[in-house]
Design a protein around this ligand. Structure first.
Ligand SMILES: [Zn+2]
Length: 91
């Protein structure tokens, strides 16, 4: 659970999924950059996404390759917010 350092407002998972690179606290308006907390974990997520891709390409018809792509994208997007920290933007 991430909170705004200034006002303690909770930055929700949902907000972080949509924010990608930077986020603004809804309550006090402070801006944060979203940084990756744990690089090895980040790489593990990417690696497992490719592993899933390989597996799906093995079992799916090649015309359904886009499903595999969606799965990879989904995996990364869903897992990323668990591996983020907020870095206050210097204004
Ligand atoms: Zn705040």
């Amino acid at each position: 659970m991430l909170k705004c350092n200034e006002c303690g407002n909770e930055i929700t998972y949902h907000e972080r999924v949509l924010a990608l690179r930077s986020i603004k606290c809804k309550k006090c308006g402070v801006r944060y950059n979203i940084e990756i907390k744990n690089i090895p974990l980040f790489l593990a997520v990417i690696a497992s996404a490719f592993f899933i891709h390989d597996y799906l390409m093995g079992v799916l018809d090649e015309n359904l390759g886009w499903i595999s792509f969606i799965v990879i994208l989904g995996t990364v997007v869903i897992l990323m917010p668990f591996n983020q920290r907020l870095e206050k933007k210097k204004s």
